[in-house]
Design a protein around this ligand. Structure first.
Ligand code: GSH
Length: 202
């Protein structure tokens, strides 16, 4: 299988974590693809018309996306890894996953606003609005989802990936202030093997 990827993407890292947790790394060849909302490049759109990564081309040549579809596919190939629960708690877990993905989405779109938009056009109120979503979601996870993070380790790992992407791109927002439970979660879990193996190099 081929995974269109790029190192700093938190969504790609989420899939890489799933590959490590399932032991399927050797089945996948990584192909670096530079994409942005302004330029989808030549390769990715033929597999994902949205021009976004991660996108996984399976052994039969059929592509699948987005990250949460890919991670569920990997979970189906390696059920022993228990990435997702098999009982009714699945609905809570995928809602937590949607919350973590939403944090990544808001953080990525803020990064694009700062990096791609001409400096004189950067819309600060919009950046603040995106940050408010992240801040609320972090508080919500602290209030509601801490037990689920422990019970479903894959969720705990991808949350660390989201937090580290915020560190990488939006350090100035100081997410640890006011989110001490998640700061402790990050400190306690950041050395998990699949996180160490997938951490983007500076
Ligand atoms: N919902 C998608 C989001 C993927 C995404 O936004 N990827 C970014 C890289 S971090 C991308 O490909 N951006 C290119 C674009 O927006 O055109 C997923 O879960 O995979």
């Amino acid at each position: 299988m081929i995974l269109y990827s790029n190192s700093p993407s938190p969504f790609v890292r989420k899939v890489l974590i799933a590959l490590h947790e399932t032991g399927l790394q050797d089945r996948v060849e990584l192909q670096t693809a530079a994409v942005s909302p302004l330029n989808s490049g030549d390769i990715v759109p033929s597999a994902n018309p949205l021009g976004k990564i991660p996108c996984l081309v399976r052994d039969d040549g059929k592509p699948i996306y987005d990250s949460r579809v890919i991670t569920k596919y990997l979970a189906s190939l390696a059920p022993q890894a228990k990435l997702y629960p098999l009982d009714d708690t699945i609905w809570d877990v995928v809602t937590l996953e949607a919350t973590i993905d939403g944090i990544m989405d808001a953080a990525v779109s803020m990064a694009y606003e700062k990096r791609l938009r001409p400096a004189e056009l950067v819309f600060e109120d919009w950046l603040d609005g995106q940050w408010a979503k992240i801040d609320r979601a972090l508080s919500h996870i602290e209030m509601k989802w801490m037990p689920t993070l422990s019970e479903t380790p894959f969720m705990g790992l991808i949350l660390v990936a989201a937090l580290e992407y915020i560190d990488l791109r939006h350090d100035d927002r100081k997410w640890r202030d006011g989110h001490s439970m998640l700061a402790d979660w990050h400190a306690a879990n950041k050395d998990a093997p699949s996180l160490v193996a997938t951490r983007p190099q500076p």
